[in-house]
Design a protein around this ligand. Structure first.
Ligand code: SF4
Ligand code: SF4
Length: 89
């Protein structure tokens, strides 16, 4: 499952640099998570890093993006492969 940021976000800027997948960015009014890039930190960390640092606990699981651990692992592998492909030589 990808995670999502609710409208309780106070735009404290803390989570964005913690995401190992660059999945977090500033949206129209609050930060947003790109579900295509969020692996719930699978492949990088044991716990979702954004959840660990968010001071207002506004990052729940996104019910519209339910994925198994295996699917998250697969997403991680694809993101790493893409990053390798686009790395400047
Ligand atoms: Fe990024 Fe991990 Fe948070 Fe997903 S759970 S948005 S991968 S820090
Ligand atoms: Fe919003 Fe929480 Fe991220 Fe701060 S850490 S910007 S409150 S989602």
């Amino acid at each position: 499952m990808a995670l999502m940021i609710t409208d309780e976000c106070i735009n404290c800027d803390v989570c964005e640099p913690e995401c190992p997948n660059d999945a977090i960015s500033m949206g129209e009014s609050i930060y947003v998570i790109d579900p295509a890039r969020c692996t719930q930190c699978v492949g990088h960390f044991g716990e979702p890093q954004c959840v660990q640092v968010c001071p207002v606990e506004c990052i729940p699981v996104d019910p519209d993006h339910v994925e198994t651990e295996a699917q998250l692992q697969q997403k991680y592998i694809q993101l790493v492969a893409l990053a390798t492909l686009h790395k400047p030589r």
